[in-house]
Design a protein around this ligand. Structure first.
Ligand SMILES: Cc1cc2nc3c(=O)[nH]c(=O)nc-3n(C[C@H](O)[C@H](O)[C@H](O)COP(=O)(O)OP(=O)(O)OC[C@H]3O[C@@H](n4cnc5c(N)ncnc54)[C@H](O)[C@@H]3O)c2cc1C
Length: 381
């Protein structure tokens, strides 16, 4: 792996840092208290191209690649994990439409995902009883003369309240499990699409997560993304790329916790002299550096068109678990008398926990990694 960062990658990282510091950070605590959908933040992100970092320029993206994407997500998540997850999903949706869409689908939707016309894209895969195992989904799409009729319910959909475009997975045949699933592009204002109320969550209050009902939703043949009955592959490919984003998001939150702990210790000479405190900081920094390298490795492999599923899962597993631990350790260092710093780390701790759950729980990442180890046993990496 060669991760000497290019001027372009550093420039995109710099744009994300400026956006994080000037737009996201000043309002992050307000979003945590008041909650809601981060519309203003997403509009500002779109002005800077952060809605579609790896998408081609011809379709309105930055065409800066997966490494730049990972770097940018980490910068944004240092300031506000909530807006960052909405942006991660939007980037993922734009990449999936670019990868699997017909020229007409690409031209119709991708520029609108880049320039805020769709406001944001959402990824509607999970259902009650079909989270870790999407093959168990019950949402159905039936072929009609005019196109497709979709009925069913999704759950936990990020940005479900405001998304202008949903990528929706539905069963299109009676084949068991993951076979017989197809992918559809469904605009948010299609009659019969009904988001529920935002869920009350432990963290990420500045991002909405909703159930999503489909009642006799009619879409044309042009809504089908990719081939009939072969949508599961698109979902898994999307999640492989998405996991680089979530690893990078978790890493950003962990780094923010480390920064707060270090700043606090520098102001308290007794803590700075304590070896127990010094070692906690050393452990956090070492874990996050290892996580950073795993995330960059997965992004580098994706960018260089190599297999990266195992590496993306490793990065997601490691970065999410170590960043949760980093927030926990930072809380221990700052302690209950940390006041403002303690309050900020408490928010980070609540925000980061879900990175161990969405886009595949830690257990699911271990399944992906162990299957790939068995499959690639004996091969050169
Ligand atoms: C804030 C938030 C945002 C989300 N955003 C989206 C979104 O935008 N789009 C979307 O489609 N989904 C979204 N999700 C859903 C998320 O991807 C699922 O919650 C996740 O995949 C886990 O599914 P589940 O909740 O049904 O848990 P389950 O699958 O019921 O799992 C419960 C527990 O069992 C474990 N488990 C399950 N199967 C196995 C196994 N085979 N071996 C070992 N352990 C196992 C899991 O690791 C977990 O600990 C979101 C979730 C949250 C919390």
């Amino acid at each position: 792996m060669d991760i000497q960062l290019s001027e372009r990658q550093l420039q995109v990282q710099g744009v994300a840092r400026e956006f994080a510091e000037s737009v996201l950070a000043p309002a992050a605590q307000r979003w945590d208290v008041e909650g809601g959908f981060p519309r203003e933040n997403l509009a500002e992100a779109a002005k800077r191209g952060l809605t579609a970092i790896a998408v081609s320029k011809a379709l309105g993206g930055l065409e800066a690649g997966s490494l730049a994407y990972s770097l940018a997500v980490t910068e944004m998540a240092k300031a506000c994990a909530s807006s960052t997850v909405a942006l991660c999903v939007n980037n993922m949706v734009a990449e999936v439409v670019e990868a699997f869409g017909t020229p007409e689908q690409r031209e119709l939707h991708v520029p609108k995902l880049c320039n805020f016309e769709h406001v944001v894209g959402a990824f509607a895969l999970s259902e009650p009883g079909a989270g870790s195992d999407p093959g168990g989904m019950r949402t159905k799409a039936i072929k009609t003369d005019k196109g497709w009729l979709i009925n069913g319910s999704k759950l936990w959909i990020t940005s479900g309240t405001d998304a202008g475009l949903f990528i929706v997975w539905a069963k299109t045949s009676d084949a068991p499990g993951a076979r017989g699933i197809s992918t559809f592009l469904v605009p948010g204002d299609t009659p019969g699409v009904q988001p529920g109320k935002p869920e009350h969550k432990m963290g990420l209050h500045g991002s909405t997560t909703t159930a999503l009902d489909f009642t006799d939703v009619e879409v044309g043949d042009e809504a089908l993304l990719g081939e009939t009955d072969k949508g599961f592959r698109a979902a898994m490919m999307a999640l492989d790329g998405g996991r680089i984003g979530i690893a990078s998001q978790a890493l950003g939150v962990g780094l923010a916790a480390l920064d707060l702990a270090v700043a606090y210790v520098r102001e308290h000479a007794d803590l700075a002299r304590s070896q127990a405190v010094q070692w906690r900081l050393a452990d956090i920094a070492t874990d996050l550096e290892a996580g950073r390298l795993l995330a960059l490795q997965a992004a580098w492999r994706k960018e260089n068109k190599m297999q990266f599923s195992r590496e993306a899962s490793m990065a997601k597993l490691f970065c999410s678990e170590k960043s949760v631990q980093a927030c926990n350790r930072a809380l221990e260092v700052i302690g209950e008398f940390g006041n403002d710093a303690a309050a900020k780390v408490e928010q980070l701790f609540r925000d980061v926990r879900v990175t161990m759950i969405y886009e595949g729980t830690s257990e699911v990442q271990r399944i992906v990694i162990s299957r790939d180890i068995a499959r690639r046993f004996g091969e050169q990496a």
